[in-house]
Design a protein around this ligand. Sequence first.
Ligand code: SAM
Length: 393
Amino acid sequence: MTANDAFFKQRKPVAVFKHKLLVDYLTAWATKLSVYSNGAVAFLDGYAGTGRYEDGTPGSPLVAMNAAQALRDQQSPKVLRNFFVESDPKYFKELKKNVLSHPLGQTARLYPGDVVDHLDSVVTQVGSAPLLVFLDPFGTSFDSDLIKTHFLTDPKMKVEVLLNVSIQAVWRIGGLLTSNTYEPHFHKSLERLDNSLDGTWWRAQFIEARERFQLDGTARYVAQAAREVSDAFANRLVHGTPHQALSVHLRKTTEAEPIFSLTLFHKHREARLLFIDSAARAHREWRRAYWGDQAIRLNTSDTLFEISPDAECDHELEALSRESVAKIQKNIVSVLERALAIRVSDHPSQLFGKSIGTAGKSELRKAINKLEKDGRISVVRAKKLDDWTLKRP
Ligand SMILES: C[S@@+](CC[C@H](N)C(=O)[O-])C[C@H]1O[C@@H](n2cnc3c(N)ncnc32)[C@H](O)[C@@H]1O
């Protein structure tokens, strides 16, 4: 069994985060944008995989099919057209079987082969409908040109891209740059990463950041440097385009450094709070899955452990939410030291800071209300939280 085959055996907690974020954002995005397109929207999963894990849980294609079903069943029905591409013939066969056995299976379009070879056809079929593209490759099996040339540069195209970048691949392959030994395959791995990260620029940045973090005494400085590179990559891709990038980081365990960065490339400011809020819900679901796994592990180990994962998790989530509210309050005050006023959806990453990926609209509202009550800011409210303006008192 290859490492890739092992991936499809069973869904890991980190994929719980990814899929919950995907379904929530896709549904919210489709509901919002279908208003302007007679109810029709499209989703392209460019690295689709098998559709379903061997343990029966849905992979991203089935997540999207279920979202299409839920959108069709809404009071004012929406049509989400799903396009799936998968290059591995064995996985494609599975994908086809899994998608076609879904009640809406016949409505999906399935393509075997390289995603690049099918983009023109998909874009033509989608026409003027809004399109959400999901790119979830294994490690470095991704060419950054795919996003740059096809999706980010055309200002007329109604497209958003959700890209999963492996931070772990950056730190593993980045380590080869200063390795004391040399193996012939190093060169190939580095070149593949260059291809994924839009050139060789990242090499110097990775080495510099790693040294800086090491000198600072930062724990896990290699992972920190890789994270910095993945953030720089997202900003580099949107430079000179009408898009902006917003990223959340995914971890294996609560204490571990992030191993993936999920970035939304978007044009409209209203995408931001939707994405941040979807990530906060995904984070809660991931914590529950993580606690569930821990409970199984601990209860099956030699020492019998009394553990109630739900209660532990609730407790942890409440504490985390309170911490996030306090952090967001600090961020708001600090932003308003530099600006007279700020509209919430213009720079939400400044307001959320490191709480992105953990906190959502509820924490933001609480932070704003508390600061207002304490007389530290004034707030001009609008119907949507996106449009609220925060000012110095
Ligand atoms: C990480 S898996 C996808 C998992 C899936 N998104 C999910 O969440 O269930 C990546 C998949 O992309 C496929 N793949 C790799 N390169 C590809 C390419 N150039 N075009 C299309 N598919 C590709 C791999 O065979 C693999 O099945």
